[in-house]
Design a binder for this molecule. Structure first.
Ligand code: S3P
Length: 179
């Protein structure tokens, strides 16, 4: 068992899916944003407002590095975890990475009442989500081993899709060894 890493934009379902996935696999669930907030001693939104984005990205890089060296777990990450090349390389090298992919419109539907995400506290959050999607979709794809489209399926179905991909990956690896 290695680290199973979930990446994707805010609202993609990384935390919800990650929790259920960990339960099914009976391994610990870790949310890197929760670990970061513990370390900061305040919410990410407060820290962003006070210190700006770069100091937050520094803490994020350190925490992701530590967590992917630690005990195997299901790890859900913040939406900007793929921005730094060092993060992209470490996540991909140390875990099996799943990109939970959604359209900006779907994300907007899920996040319309959200006040916790600093990057979305703007006059036109849908426009912001479109920009983030355009900028980051290639980075998520570059980092991920698997892309999971999250449009219609329920959380339980998404978890099953991930488990199936893992099983297929393990079979392919066994086949390669046997052959
Ligand atoms: C961020 C996403 C947030 C959090 C921070 C920055 C981003 O996590 O890490 O506000 O850059 O997209 P979620 O993806 O869990 O909202």
């Amino acid at each position: 068992m290695t680290h199973l890493v979930l990446i994707g934009l805010p609202g993609a379902g990384k935390t919800t899916v990650g929790r259920q996935l960990a339960r099914r696999l009976q391994v610990p669930f870790v949310d890197s944003d929760a670990v970061i907030e513990e370390r900061l001693g305040c919410s990410i939104r407060e820290f962003f407002e006070r210190e700006g984005e770069e100091p937050f990205r520094d803490v994020e890089e350190t925490v992701l590095d530590e967590l992917t060296r630690g005990e195997p777990c299901v790890l859900s990450t913040g939406g900007g975890a793929v921005l730094r090349p060092a993060n992209r390389q470490r996540l991909r090298a140390r875990g099996r990475v799943f990109y939970l992919r959604s359209t900006p419109e779907e994300l907007m539907r899920r996040l319309r009442h959200d006040r916790t995400r600093p990057l979305l506290q703007v006059a036109d959050p849908l426009q912001r989500l479109r920009e983030l999607h355009a900028l980051r979709d290639p980075l998520y794809r570059e980092t991920a081993h698997y892309v999971i489209e999250t449009g219609r399926p329920s959380v339980a179905t998404l978890v099953n899709m991930i488990l199936m991909q893992l099983e297929l990956g393990a079979e392919a690896a066994r086949g390669a060894t046997a052959g």
